[in-house]
Design a protein around this ligand. Structure first.
Ligand SMILES: NC(=O)c1ccc[n+]([C@@H]2O[C@H](COP(=O)([O-])OP(=O)(O)OC[C@H]3O[C@@H](n4cnc5c(N)ncnc54)[C@H](OP(=O)(O)O)[C@@H]3O)[C@@H](O)[C@H]2O)c1
Length: 299
């Protein structure tokens, strides 16, 4: 029999868990949120309307696994309130789902118990779905996504099992590395949006309409991603820097300097990193790399 679970904070991620955990055999035990209507909605999704509670500690107290899926800045405080009301069951496992915060955000679970003299053996961990839950979709939102887990060894083991049961793929990261892991996700996802915005603006400056620009660039971006997938970095790098075409790069920078804003600066900063990749690929001579560095460093 799968363990029972409680959800504290019934928003996008809380509701997704409320939907999928019972599908995977986990037993819904308690739902609580800032507003009772949110808790009721999650309990209903889980098919357990009678397990909806006003008080967070009442929702948590009988659950084997407790997910605190409040916004990040409310996790510690929510945890504190449950601890103070002795709301965590003996040997339960407490998770939050934040990407940036580590399991240590839940450390009160341990110090609080020690303070009151009650050692409950509660384990703490974090379980971060590397996915955006902005829109509620039909089907399993965890299907095939990656989920980072870290925390106490027993919590990590439990998390890996839950993630697999949800249909996602677990990977374990270090507690100390959590912030850099999250920064990596921001670079890969959010900064890709920024990068596309810059490319679209450059296309527009060249005379292509902004509405057409994405359509034109999209196959190129998808092709590059496919190349990275098949050949990896540095081999997937092509273009003037990889070829050491100093003349073209000089003309790019000159053209970008004629535009308003920081386009030339952005191009140059990215170019400096790209030189390193081209050198690793072996397609850029040391001499051409030095010339390119001089072009980029003056902007
Ligand atoms: N959304 C994503 O794409 C995503 C992806 C990965 C990880 N995460 C992480 O998942 C966690 C939840 O994010 P989310 O997007 O689901 O947030 P959300 O949609 O804003 O939901 C948070 C829920 O917590 C409730 N809440 C707020 N303060 C509370 C408190 N003090 N006590 C109890 N409940 C409280 C909210 O209030 P009401 O009761 O008023 O509704 C809301 O329902 C966060 O740690 C976030 O970093 C989110």
């Amino acid at each position: 029999m799968k363990p029972s679970f409680a959800i504290i904070g019934c928003g996008k991620v809380g509701r997704a868990l409320a939907q999928q955990l019972p599908e995977a055999g986990y037993r819904p035990m308690g739902f609580s949120s800032r507003r009772i209507t949110s808790a009721r909605a999650a309990a209903e999704i889980a098919g357990a309307l009678d397990r909806c509670f006003e008080k967070t500690w009442e929702a948590a107290k009988d659950a084997d696994i407790v997910f605190i899926t409040t916004p990040d800045d409310a996790i510690k405080e929510s945890c504190r309130i449950i601890v103070e009301n002795n709301g965590f069951k003996k040997k339960s496992v407490v998770f939050h789902c934040s990407g940036a915060l580590a399991s240590t955000e839940l450390a009160l679970v341990k110090s609080g118990n020690a303070k009151s003299g009650i050692m409950t053996g509660v384990q703490i961990g974090s379980m971060h779905p590397l996915q955006s839950f902005a829109v509620q979709k039909s089907g399993n939102p965890f299907d095939n996504i990656m989920m980072a887990v870290e925390g106490d060894p027993a919590a990590v083991e439990t998390a890996r099992e839950i993630v697999t049961d949800l249909g996602a793929q677990p990977f374990t990261i270090s507690t100390d590395g959590k912030m850099l892991y999250h920064a990596a996700a921001v670079v890969a996802s959010n900064y890709l949006v920024t990068l596309m915005d810059l490319a679209i603006k450059l296309m527009a400056a060249s005379g292509v309409s902004e509405t057409e620009a994405f359509k034109i660039l999209n196959p190129l971006v998808k092709g590059t991603l496919a190349n990275i997938e098949s050949t990896g970095i540095p081999d997937a790098l092509t273009g003037p820097i990889a070829r050491g075409d100093v003349e073209i790069v000089t003309k790019h920078v000159q053209a970008l300097q004629c535009l308003s804003g920081d386009m030339a600066k952005y191009y140059s900063l990215s170019g400096i990193e790209t030189i390193k990749i081209a050198r690793a690929k072996g397609s850029l001579s040391e001499d051409a790399a030095k010339q390119l560095m001089r072009i980029f460093n003056v902007h």
